[in-house]
Design a protein. Structure first.
Length: 168
C-alpha cells in the first residue's frame, strides 16, 4: 500500500515503482477520513518499494526490490533484497514550512562512516524525491508516485486492467 504523510516534526512515506524506477499503476485508490494513512493499493509480481522516514531534517531511506518466486507444485513466496540503504541523511530545509516549494525537487545527503557521499541509484532519484515530498506532506491524503491505471476504451466499452470474470 502506498501510504504516509507527516506532521511538522516527523513523517514517513512508502511508495512503489518498477525495477527501472518508473511509476506503477495502482489497483485502486483509497479514500479515507483520516490523514497520513493509506492512499492506494499496488499489486505486481516484481516491484521496488521506497520507504522514507523523516525526523525533522534527518532522513532514513530504504529502497528494496521484491519479487514473487513461484516454485512448481508449491506455494509461492516473496524474495526481497536491499537496493539502497541511507541512514541519518540530512536535508537542511524545512519542507513542511517556508521551503515547501522545494519538496520533490531535492534529496537528503547520505554519507558512509568515512564521510564519503553515498549516492542514491540514478534510476530511483525521481521516486525518492516523490517519497521525500510525501514524508513532508502535512495531513497527506493523496498518492505521490503511483499512477492511475490506463483505461482502455474500445467499441463504447470501458475496460480497466482489473476485469471481473463474466457471470454464468
Amino acid at each position: 500500500m502506498e501510504s504516509g504523510g507527516s506532521n511538522k516534526d516527523m513523517g514517513r512515506y512508502v511508495t512503489f515503482c518498477n525495477e527501472g524506477g518508473e511509476p506503477v499503476p495502482w489497483l485502486q485508490p483509497i479514500d479515507s477520513v483520516a490523514t497520513n494513512g493509506r492512499h492506494a493499493v499496488v499489486i505486481a509480481t516484481v516491484f521496488v518499494s521506497v520507504d522514507v522516514f523523516r525526523m525533522r531534517n534527518t532522513y532514513d531511506v530504504l529502497i528494496a526490490k521484491h519479487r514473487v518466486i513461484e516454485p512448481e507444485g508449491g506455494r509461492g513466496r516473496v524474495e526481497s533484497s536491499v537496493v539502497f540503504r541511507g541512514r541519518k541523511g540530512y536535508l537542511p530545509l524545512d519542507l513542511t514550512g517556508a521551503e515547501k516549494n522545494m519538496a520533490g525537487q531535492i534529496l537528503p545527503e547520505f554519507f558512509n562512516k568515512a564521510g564519503e557521499p553515498i549516492e542514491i541509484p540514478p534510476a530511483f532519484v525521481a521516486v525518492v524525491k516523490a517519497a521525500v515530498r510525501g514524508a513532508n506532506c502535512l495531513g497527506c491524503t493523496h498518492q505521490h508516485y503511483v499512477t492511475a491505471p490506463k483505461i482502455v476504451v474500445s467499441a463504447n466499452v470501458m475496460q480497466s486492467p482489473a476485469t471481473l470474470p463474466e457471470s454464468a
